[in-house]
Design a protein around this ligand. Structure first.
Ligand SMILES: [Zn+2]
Length: 182
């Protein structure tokens, strides 16, 4: 219950009262608060305003979504152009001979593949001890040990060796922990 001022005499009257107890003027209750539609009967332009607001809110939502879709596209384009740029450096446009470092990567990948836990295998960089067409890498006590998980899941140092034919771009021999793999 709220008190309102009588429109005739100004006395504070309950808004629930039908008439002012002092002067008997009928109490006019204000329309209930709400959105535009509640006022539709009294103020037609308010209903229009409410509908316009709703439309605006919906459009804002759509714009926001479009913005994020646009951002995703932009990110994809940036990432795409970056990888295209880096691809140019190592791609066929810049031919480079298969060298010791390529051979080493090939050996490292092969050793990782045969490791029990490829993600945990560590095959350090070692110097190419081969000659001519042959690249030869060895991991052992005198150099750096390759680290791999053994059958018990323990990280252990392992010896390994790898020979690569640079002209054939393939591994010609591979040993791991004294066992010949290739
Ligand atoms: Zn009154």
């Amino acid at each position: 219950m709220a008190l309102i001022n009588c429109t005739e005499c100004g006395k504070q009257v309950s808004d629930k009262a039908a008439a002012c107890p002092r002067c008997g003027a009928p109490v006019e209750t204000p329309p209930p608060a709400g959105d535009g539609e509640a006022y539709a009967g009294t103020f037609p332009d308010m209903a229009e305003h409410g509908a316009a607001l709703k439309k605006y809110a919906a459009e804002q939502k759509k714009t926001k979504r479009n913005f994020w879709i646009g951002m995703a596209f932009l990110a994809a384009i940036i990432i795409g152009s970056c990888s295209a740029g880096s691809g140019k450096n190592s791609g066929p446009s810049a031919p480079r001979a298969f060298d010791s470092s390529d051979a080493l990567v090939m050996c490292q990948m092969a050793l990782k593949r045969i490791a029990r836990d490829p993600d945990k295998a560590e095959i350090p960089y070692v110097v190419d001890h081969g000659s001519g067409d042959e690249a030869y890498f060895a991991w052992g006590n005198s150099t750096k040990m390759a680290r791999m998980r053994n059958g018990l899941g323990l990280d252990v140092a392992t010896t390994a060796s790898c020979t690569v034919s640079k002209s054939q771009k393939r591994i010609t021999s591979l040993t791991l922990d004294g066992k010949t793999i290739l």
